[in-house]
Write a protein that binds this ligand. Structure first.
Ligand code: FAD
Length: 321
């Protein structure tokens, strides 16, 4: 079976869940093969967990400056791996960075690119969310190695232990004049909550939350469910919550098991970022709010009455369980 290359998302110590999802997706098209881009020693730290999730080949693209440039090291490494492995496809996570890498790689390879994939089958047909989430289409790449950016949360990660073969790629030195160098880093204070794009539960607040203080209600419900907090663009633009938590067309795309929208009307640009969630719940005091068109369970009511009761009930059941 041909390799299916997967670009590994990691923080140097730990493989992100989105990569395990990609390895599961890759198995439908061929032999999953992980491409690790990082500083020397990164692949050795991540190799065991990649093999446990089915990576038959693990390609190491390591260099001291791998973390100093935006995107370029990953594009270089994937290009080399494609030339070496002649894969059936290349999969990356459809994050902001992942989409940039996918676009640049497809341009370099003169290959077809599919963004925001939420499903794929063994024949290479990809289900894609397009036009800001207003349409779902089936697509196929007809030219070159398909480069596919897959939305986090679209596939179930699964353990599939294999004996991985280690491969070494030797990326050429990066041309600083043609690359964006990272000049400073600032840690994001994310607390103990799971990352928005990896969480099984996301509780989001909108303009209806009314202010930064109101987000306490959103956070309490997220915490009792072990989930992440998200926000609509109206909420972040109004300064209720930091921008990095925005869900939607111009924010993050999420696909958790459970998405709870509190005080969010359901504009198409918000839905674009969460409509593939497995179960969607909304609390809104307007029975005509468009969000109810998408929900599995809708509550017409004041979020400041409904959400605390929900938090209390979940906490009580957890205490019994
Ligand atoms: P509103 O539309 O104002 O809705 C607030 C809701 O809260 C109302 O339905 C109201 O009934 C309800 N409410 C009020 N008080 C309560 C209460 N006490 N209890 C219960 N319910 C209550 N938006 C995004 O979210 N993400 C994006 O990525 C995004 N990208 C965009 C890109 C473009 C190019 C454009 C043009 C727009 C984008 N938007 C995005 C904005 C989007 O169009 C909407 O304006 C935004 O999603 C509205 O946010 P909201 O639902 O919080 O606010």
């Amino acid at each position: 079976m041909p390799d299916v290359l997967v670009l590994v998302d990691h923080d140097g110590e730990r493989v992100h869940k989105s990569t395990y999802e990609l390895l599961a997706a890759a198995r439908q098209l061929g032999d999953p093969a992980a491409v690790v881009v990082g500083t020397p020693g990164t692949t050795a730290r991540l190799g065991e967990s990649l093999a446990r999730h089915g990576a038959v080949n693990v390609y190491a693209a390591e260099s001291a400056e791998a973390g100093d440039f935006l995107g370029t090291p990953a594009v270089d490494a994937l290009e080399l791996a494609v030339r070496e492995a002649a894969p059936a496809a290349v999969l990356v996570s459809a994050t902001t960075d992942g989409k940039e890498v996918a676009g640049r790689l497809a341009a370099r390879l003169d290959a077809g690119l599919l963004i925001d994939a939420v499903g794929l089958d063994s024949a290479g047909t990809v289900t894609q969310i397009v036009f800001g989430g207003s349409c779902t289409v089936s697509s196929e790449v007809t030219h070159g190695v398909p480069v596919i950016a897959v939305r986090p949360g679209s596939f179930e990660p699964a353990e599939h232990p294999v004996e991985a073969r280690d491969r070494v790629l030797a990326p050429l030195p990066i041309d600083p004049a043609a690359s964006a160098r990272i000049t400073a880093r600032r840690a994001v204070l994310a607390g103990d909550r799971p990352a928005l794009t990896e969480a099984a539960v996301v509780v989001s607040g909108g303009r209806g939350v009314g202010g930064a203080d109101g987000f306490k209600v959103v956070e309490e419900l997220a915490d009792v469910l072990g989930g992440a907090v998200g926000a609509s663009r109206a909420a972040v633009d109004a300064g209720y919550y930091p921008h990095q938590y925005q869900v939607g067309q111009t924010g993050k795309s999420v696909s958790p098991q459970l998405y709870i929208a509190l005080g969010i009307s359901g504009a198409i640009q918000h839905l674009a970022g969460m409509q593939t969630s497995k179960t969607i719940v909304a609390v809104n005091k307007d029975p005509e709010a468009p969000v109810f068109g998408l929900t599995d369970f809708g509550v017409v009511g004041d979020l400041f009455t409904v959400a605390p009761q929900l938090t209390e009930e979940v906490a009580a059941r957890r205490a019994v369980g």
